[in-house]
Write a protein that binds this ligand. Structure first.
Ligand code: UDP
Ligand code: MG
Length: 347
C-alpha cells in the first residue's frame, strides 16, 4: 500500500470537493477516458444479494453504450461483503471499492460514495439489494439528455408489508405538508443526478444528512419517474427500526421549522383553554355559587401539561442536537481504504 495517497473526503473539509482530484484526471492523450456515469452503491452486510448485484451491474455496463463505473461503499459490514468487494475491485477496474472504518449508516455511506465520483456526466444512486433496478439507467439518462438535472424514481407499488407501507405513506405525507422544500412524495434516494448536482451535494457541509431532501433543496430541473419497487433480492432489511426512525426525524427536523412553531401553537391553545376554564368557573361561582371540585381532574391536567412541556423540550432538543453535531465539525465518515483501478490505496 505504498501508493500515493489521494486526498479524500475523510481527510478534509467538504468544501474542497469542488476542486476534487477527480476533476484533474481529465483525459490526457494515453489515459483511459473517465466514465460518463458513476453508480454509487452503499452496502451493509449484503453478501446474500452481492453476486446478483454484480451480475446485473456488469450486464448493464456491457449493454449500455455509456462508459459506466460503479463505486461500491462498504459501510462496515460484518459479513463477507468487504471480501467480495475486494475480490471484485482487484479484478475489474470498472468497480471501485471504498471501505469505511465502521458502520456509519446508509446516508453517510452514500455521502462517502458521492465524494469519490469521477463521472463526467451523471451519478446513479441505488441500493445494494436491487430494490432499485439499475436497468432503469437508460430511461433516466434519456431524461437527463432532455434537460433534467435530477431524475428521481417514484415508488408506485411497494412489495413490503402493510405496516411498513402505511408508515412510509404517512411519513411522506407529513413531510410534504410541513417541510419548507418540495420533497417529492414517495421518492427515495434512487435517482440519476447530474455531475453538477452531485458536486453541489458534496459542497453541503451538513452533518445530519437526508440525501433525498438535500437533492430536492438544490433545485435545478427535477423530474420523477414512476417505478414498481420490488422486494429485496436477498437477505433482510438493514434498516433497524431505530435507524429508520432516525432517518424520518432527520427528514422532518432538517427541512422544517414546523415543530418549533408547533410549540407556540400548543402554548396558545393551552393558555386559551385555561382562560375558558377560568371563566366558566368564575361564572359558576358568581351565578350558581358552586365551588369546583375534582381532585382527579386536577391531577389529569397537571400530568397532561407535564407531558406537553416535555414534548416541547424534546422538540427543541432535536434542533439543539443537530447544532451540537454540526459545530463539532467532525468528518462525516472515515475511509479505511480504497481500491481503484485495481490498486489498493489508503483512504
Ligand atoms: N445500508 C447501509 N448502511 C446501513 C444500513 C443500510 O449502507 O447502516 C444500505 C443497505 O446495504 C442497502 C441500502 O442501504 O444497500 C438500503 O438499505 P435496506 O435495503 O436495508 O433498506 P430498506 O430498503 O429496507 O428501506
Ligand atoms: Mg432495501
Amino acid at each position: 500500500m505504498g501508493e500515493p495517497v489521494e486526498p479524500t473526503a475523510a481527510q478534509g473539509n467538504f468544501r474542497y470537493f469542488r476542486n476534487s482530484p477527480t476533476e484533474a484526471t481529465l483525459p490526457l492523450t494515453n489515459q483511459p477516458q473517465p466514465p460518463q456515469i458513476n453508480i454509487v452503491v452503499p452496502l451493509y452486510n449484503e453478501e446474500a444479494s452481492f453476486p446478483e448485484l454484480v451480475k446485473r451491474l456488469t450486464a448493464l455496463m456491457d449493454s449500455e453504450p455509456l462508459r459506466i463505473t460503479a463505486i461500491l461503499v462498504d459501510d462496515g459490514s460484518r459479513d463477507a461483503t468487504p471480501r467480495l468487494m475486494r475480490q471484485l475491485a482487484l479484478n475489474d477496474e470498472r468497480f471501485q471499492a471504498v471501505f469505511l472504518s465502521r458502520n456509519f449508516g446508509h446516508q453517510l455511506a452514500l455521502t462517502a460514495g458521492l465524494s469519490y465520483i469521477d463521472a463526467t456526466e451523471a451519478v446513479l444512486i441505488i441500493d445494494g439489494d436491487l430494490q432499485d433496478p439499475p436497468e432503469l439507467l437508460g430511461r433516466f439518462y434519456t431524461e437527463l439528455k432532455n434537460g433534467y438535472d435530477v431524475v428521481y424514481a417514484v415508488r408506485e407499488k411497494r412489495k413490503e408489508n402493510f405496516v411498513k407501507r402505511t408508515a412510509y405513506n404517512a411519513f411522506y405525507k407529513i413531510l410534504k405538508r410541513i417541510s419548507y422544500i418540495d420533497i417529492p412524495l414517495d421518492s427515495g434516494d434512487f435517482s440519476l443526478i447530474s455531475r453538477q448536482v452531485a458536486d453541489e451535494l458534496n459542497q453541503m457541509p451538513e452533518a445530519s444528512r437526508f440525501v433525498r431532501g438535500m437533492r430536492s433543496w438544490v433545485g435545478f430541473n427535477q423530474i420523477g419517474i414512476p417505478y414498481e419497487r420490488t422486494g429485496r433480492a436477498a437477505g433482510q432489511s438493514k434498516y433497524t427500526l431505530r435507524k429508520l426512525l432516525g432517518l424520518a426525524l432527520n427528514g422532518i427536523f432538517n427541512f422544517s421549522e414546523y415543530p418549533i412553531k408547533f410549540i407556540t401553537t400548543l402554548g396558545i391553545l393551552t393558555i386559551s383553554s385555561s382562560v375558558i376554564y377560568f371563566l366558566v368557573t368564575l361564572i359558576k361561582k358568581l351565578v350558581y355559587d358552586t365551588v369546583p371540585e375534582g381532585f382527579s381532574a386536577l391531577l389529569f391536567v397537571i400530568i397532561l401539561f407535564g407531558g406537553v412541556q416535555l414534548i416541547a423540550i424534546g422538540i427543541i432538543g432535536e434542533y439543539i442536537l443537530r447544532i451540537f453535531f454540526q459545530v463539532k465539525n467532525r468528518p462525516l465518515f472515515i475511509v479505511r481504504h480504497v481500491i481503484k483501478n485495481r490498486q489498493e490505496q489508503n483512504g
